[in-house]
Design a protein around this ligand. Structure first.
Ligand SMILES: Cc1cc2nc3c(=O)[nH]c(=O)nc-3n(C[C@H](O)[C@H](O)[C@H](O)COP(=O)(O)OP(=O)(O)OC[C@H]3O[C@@H](n4cnc5c(N)ncnc54)[C@H](O)[C@@H]3O)c2cc1C
Length: 457
């Protein structure tokens, strides 16, 4: 009887899962394993919102495996130690895992290779599980990754994707493998009140519904903050409850400008992954330094606190920050605005904003979060690194009736659309009744400071 272990990481699904498929083809019995690594906690990456969503994903995966005759085995401890111990316990001679791109994933792979190699167990690392196109599989001449999105997108679009695999029909797990009880969403404290439910089944339903109702209009509506018409699939993609290869295939089959625009966004995800795979240090260091001397000290801390709380006095910024706290999610246009406001208007280090996002975002992802923050801060891959988004202009453009602001900032509920993005223009007595802060900073002053800091004045 041959046995293989499949180590699930950021790929918590049964559909289109190359490591599981390979393990099932190679061995008579398979142990589907998830390891809760205290290292993730030590690094501060297990924020409550993601812990709760993860619990849903693990529960769903276990249920799907049980319907196929198997189950999910959960262990807690350093990953390489747990995998090696389990392989020894059940006599496995191979372990399958998806390739990752973060520093943590590289280190995990290195430690696994060593721990398993010492025992003569083969480690198989599978590409194109977490991304649609494997990082590093398309490169420009003379570089190990693309640093500009558009040429990457052009090449990426011509790549032949691997076949999409169905979920297996049966999974046989060896008898007597010890596992721990799975965590439950309800045990997690400190989660956002409107946190979405996780799991592969939930993700597949959501995609099917959204593709039916909103995909065709995605190109026109993806920036409409109040319309909320984007897919909200990001947490499912973050935990791998959905396969990016399958989503690209299904969107392409659907066709039309909406589907093309959606596929382009999925390519952004791959783009950031191939940057981080080549430059893992970009999760903490400037990808391209602009020699910033970010503000620090008491004044800056006060500004950061107002930004975090959604009390900057700029309605669209405040709405977005409150949405983040309430849902553990924020609209992409809003993410761009609040990140520009923090890094450029307030001239605060992108790492401080990225940390706050990671503390709350249910899709909080080292790759997409850190590199998007760097993109906005102008230390990343944006080809226009010094542009500054004006929250009033952007608010009027992407929330023209103020519906997004009014949804999240109840103090402004009765302000007419013409003034909702500039409440300071209301007559003095009306403004005084709002209990809403005055702007934290004059936008002109913020712009001048930023231009000066970047040597562009
Ligand atoms: C400052 C900042 C921080 C961000 N942090 C994260 C993060 O931690 N995790 C995360 O998944 N996304 C992050 N994003 C990217 C983007 O905002 C979210 O992926 C998107 O808002 C999720 O909503 P959706 O699923 O409805 O997206 P849709 O518009 O429906 O897009 C479909 C999918 O494409 C991918 N995608 C879309 N835009 C981007 C992008 N700019 N970069 C990478 N992938 C993208 C996502 O996986 C998304 O689910 C960040 C963006 C900014 C500006």
């Amino acid at each position: 009887m041959t046995v293989a272990v499949v180590l699930f990481t950021s790929d918590l699904r049964l559909h289109d899962h190359p490591p599981l498929r390979a393990a099932l083809a190679a061995a008579d019995e398979v142990v589907p394993l998830f390891v809760r690594d205290p290292g993730v906690h030590a690094a501060g990456f297990d924020a409550p919102n993601r812990t709760a969503f993860l619990a849903d994903c693990l529960g769903d995966l276990d249920g799907s495996l049980r319907r196929r005759g198997g189950r999910l085995v959960l262990r807690t401890g350093p990953v390489s130690r747990e995998v090696a111990a389990l392989a020894a316990e059940c006599g496995a001679d191979e372990v399958h895992v998806a390739a990752g791109v973060t520093r943590y994933a590289h280190r995990r792979e290195e430690l696994l290779r060593k721990a398993l190699g010492d025992r003569g167990v083969a480690l198989h690392v599978h590409d194109a599980v977490i991304t649609a196109v494997a990082p590093g599989s398309v490169t420009p001449s003379g570089n190990d990754h693309y640093s500009v999105f558009t040429p990457y997108f052009r090449r990426w679009s011509t790549q032949r994707l691997r076949d999409v695999h169905p979920a297996p029909r049966t999974v046989r797990v060896p008898d007597g493998v010890r596992g721990e009880p799975l965590p439950s969403h309800e045990e997690v404290s400190g989660i956002s009140p409107a946190l979405p439910a996780g799991g592969e089944a939930e993700g597949r339903d959501r995609f099917a519904r959204w593709a039916r109702e909103d995909l065709s209009a995605y190109e026109d509506r993806h920036d409409d903050m109040a319309g909320d018409a984007t897919s909200r699939l990001s947490p499912f993609l973050h935990f791998g409850a959905l396969s990016p290869v399958e989503l690209v295939e299904r969107a392409r089959k659907h066709g039309g400008p909406g589907a093309e625009a959606f596929v382009r966004q999925l390519c952004w995800r791959d783009f950031h992954h191939q940057v981080l795979a080549a430059r893992p240090e970009a999760s903490v260091q400037d990808y391209r330094t602009r020699h910033d001397r970010w503000r620090t000290g008491a004044e800056a801390s006060k500004d950061v606190a107002a930004w975090r709380e959604g009390r900057t006095g700029y309605p669209v910024v405040d709405a977005a920050m409150r949405q983040l706290r309430h849902e553990g999610w924020m609209h992409n246009r809003a993410r761009l605005l609040v990140a520009s406001f923090l890094t450029k208007t307030l001239y605060v280090d992108w790492r401080i904003g990225a940390r706050h996002f990671l503390d709350l975002l249910v899709d909080g992802d080292v790759t997409n979060n850190q590199l998007n923050w760097q993109w906005v801060a102008g230390t990343g891959t944006d080809t226009r690194p010094h542009r500054v988004l004006n929250p009033v202009v952007q608010g009027k453009r992407f929330d023209p009736y103020g519906a997004y602001v009014r949804r999240w900032v109840p103090e402004l509920r009765d302000v007419p659309p013409a003034r909702v993005h500039e409440p300071w223009r209301l007559p003095e007595d009306e403004r005084a009744r709002l209990n809403y802060p005055q702007p934290l900073i004059d936008l002109g002053d913020g712009l001048a400071r930023f231009k000066h800091a970047r040597g562009r004045d």
